[in-house]
Ligand binder design. Sequence first.
Ligand code: NAP
Length: 308
Amino acid sequence: MLEAAQIIDGKKISAEIKEELKKKISGFLTVSDENKLDERFSRPPCLAVILVGPASHYYVSSKEKSCETVGIKSIKKIMAASISKEELLQQIAEFNKDQGIDGILLQLPLPEHLREFTQDIVDSISVDKDVDGLTTANLGRLLSNSKSAIHPCTPKGCMELLKRYGIKTEGKRVLVIGRSTLVGLPISILLNQANATVIMAHSRTTNLEEECKSADIIVAAIGKPNYIQGSWLKAGAVVIDVGINAVMQVQADGSELKKIVGDVDFKTASEKASFITPVPGGVGLMTVAMLLSNTVELYLRKIVYNLN
Ligand code: NAP
């Protein structure tokens, strides 16, 4: 009989990463033995977040709290949902110029009237401040395996979980389900660079269940609650569930409660997999930790290595 899967604990790993970043930042900002503060470190790393409309306030405030915990300064710019593309571009241009800002995060998705311009607007963020790694310029760097590429936060978080749980990707057959620029595509590139044999599936894939059955590792990023069933998995597969889906669940008293679930049916999948990320408590927390990590990386590039 198969043993239940080991939980890949995103809460624990993200807390470890935050602790590491906190030590790193306080190390930069500490006065040396000779009682001298390295003048390059006259300020902490700084992340600027632009929020258009009310949609994602919860996520932004959790990012702000995380910044504070590790010692990153955060600036929040809330813009009206009705702003024009030009007004948003103007704000991004101001942050691009500001020498005190290391990373710029544009919270997505944008309101409906701006959505068709999303990539153009993202591309107006200076590649040297592209903390989310989603500009075309940075994605090009990623594709060419350049050291200067910033790895997009969620894909980077998935790779970090695999690494910290000692899960090897080399030579493994990895199925990435979903091909968005935000998640599926960049993670498939990172896995390919980590020498996995990567298969990409999407909404037009005709034999998803069969593809799942032959995969050693599955990364699910489709946005469909509990879609991937345990019976589709190869015994001992590793499951990284990126999905975040809100569903209403009927309680014993008949009332309904909102619950967050992944793209993988956790109950059946955890009986078949060797390792699995829970939702919540898996990849989502890692995304925030990687945002902090990327902010520090951009800060160091500018302040220490003079690269920006
Ligand atoms: P997206 O832009 O909507 O992309 C969804 C992808 O899934 C598309 O490539 C789509 O295929 C594919 N797809 C849809 N239905 C499918 C099906 N039945 N079989 C196979 N593939 C299917 O979504 P996203 O931004 O990548 O996000 C995906 C999920 O991850 C969402 O639940 C989102 O909330 C979550 N997410 C989580 C984090 C985190 O921090 N954990 C971060 C970002 C996103 P086509 O290309 O053919 O349409």
